[in-house]
Design a binder for this molecule. Structure first.
Ligand code: NAD
Length: 367
């Protein structure tokens, strides 16, 4: 897949080529000459998703990776070399509070295991820097609210890595829904799952993950149901199945099916699992039309169609769109179509809390 930057590099080989570019290409070349504020980001937790974010940020024009926080000196050295990060912007978990005195870092992107997001984000807020936090923002709504409160108190922003909120095909379906093109919406289906590997990873350790598939991947169906339907659920029911209690210990859900009821009459029927691949699908049905997305939340390209035909919006690296979009939120006060703030994350966490309660008690839980 050709990235936006590859394309721009190809067309910028010679200024003489500019007049021969199409209007769209000239606009893209103009855009490249961005001289506004750049969000200078340090990443905390240099694991697999952090690497993806760092690579994607090479395509950003409004955000830049300038710092790193890790407990492993060899990782700090490797990232310094790979991304040209100065020594003075390298921290570990013991001293990252000193970022307070570093005027060259605006925000810290927390990409550590779920249960560590809360102490890490609160630490970032205390250092007076904006916090960007991966999903799930925390392991329950109470902790999530404490993170929101801490960032408010410190007068810093708290944003959450809901990358598909910036994704063009997703935004087109949301536009259609808002324009009433599907008519009254009565049904959503969300399927979210993958087969999890290594039984010793933190994702299968409740103390670090806060739960199993629901926290990790089922959250996409929870969040997706909300932005696809455009309402907040008023009840949930849920059923858990566990085929491998050795791998999926107490507190680590293997598979949960859950249902959510919405005030306008829509029902969402969703599946979250760590035991099946090929589950990344959203289906939205209204009385006048439908939208089907598969894949719906993976790294892309997202693919889909509606009753009007294929979704043809371009694929742009999600994390690059997200980070440029977050810079616009912070510097330009822009509002995203679907929020990416801490309050948005607390809404998902409240629902997940209720799903766990419903699965445990067998009861319909009002929200
Ligand atoms: P990972 O295991 O690859 O990376 C986690 C990092 O945290 C590692 O560098 C690890 O060294 C560090 N860490 C710090 N303290 C640790 C501790 N006490 N125990 C274990 N690791 C510790 O995991 P990942 O896949 O990069 O996931 C990190 C976060 O990113 C999770 O919250 C996950 O849900 C989220 N994530 C989001 C997306 C997305 O598409 N938005 C995709 C993948 C992961």
């Amino acid at each position: 897949m050709t990235s936006r930057r590859d394309f721009l590099q190809k067309i910028s080989f010679s200024a003489a080529a500019i007049p021969f570019l199409s209007v769209k290409e000239q606009q893209a070349a103009q855009e490249e000459r961005y001289d506004g504020p750049v969000l200078r980001v340090a990443i905390m937790g240099l694991g697999s998703y952090a690497t993806r974010v760092a690579e994607a940020m090479k395509e950003c024009k409004k955000a830049k990776l300038v710092g790193v926080i890790s407990g492993t000196p060899s990782k700090l050295a490797a990232w310094q070399a790979r991304y040209g990060i100065p020594e003075k912007n390298c921290y570990n978990y013991g001293n990252y509070g000193d970022i307070k005195n570093n005027p060259d870092i605006d925000a810290v992107y927390v990409i550590t295991p779920n249960a560590l997001h809360k102490p890490h984000v609160i630490g970032v807020a205390k250092a007076g820097k904006h916090a960007i936090c991966e999903k799930p923002m925390s392991v329950n709504a109470k902790d999530g609210q404490e993170m929101v409160d801490a960032c408010k108190k410190a007068n810093v922003k708290l944003l959450v890595g809901y990358r598909v909120h910036f994704e063009p095909k997703t935004l087109e379906v949301i536009r259609m829904r808002k324009a009433g093109e599907f008519g009254k919406i009565l049904f959503f289906q969300g399927l979210s799952g993958f087969i999890i590997g290594d039984p010793n990873q933190w994702r299968l350790n409740k103390a670090l993950s806060g739960g199993g598939s629901m926290m990790d991947i089922g959250i996409y169906s929870v969040n997706g149901a909300r932005y696809m339907i455009g309402e907040e659920p008023v009840w949930v029911t849920a059923q858990e199945t566990k085929n491998d209690p050795v791998k999926f210990k107490e507190g680590i859900d293997e598979t949960i099916q859950f249902q959510m009821g919405f005030p306008g009459g829509a029902v969402a029927s969703c599946l979250s699992t760590y035991s099946l691949n090929n589950l990344d699908k959203f289906y939205l049905d209204g009385v006048n039309g439908f939208a089907e997305m598969q894949p719906s939340t993976g790294y892309g390209p997202i693919a889909g169609r509606t009753h009007k035909g294929e979704l043809t919006q371009p694929h742009i690296t999600h994390q690059a769109l997200q980070m440029d979009g977050m810079a616009e939120l912070i510097f330009e006060g822009k509002q995203p179509v679907v929020p990416v703030d801490g309050e948005e994350a607390v809404k998902d966490l409240r629902i997940i809390d209720a799903i766990f309660e419903a699965a445990k008690t067998g009861k319909k839980i009002p929200l």
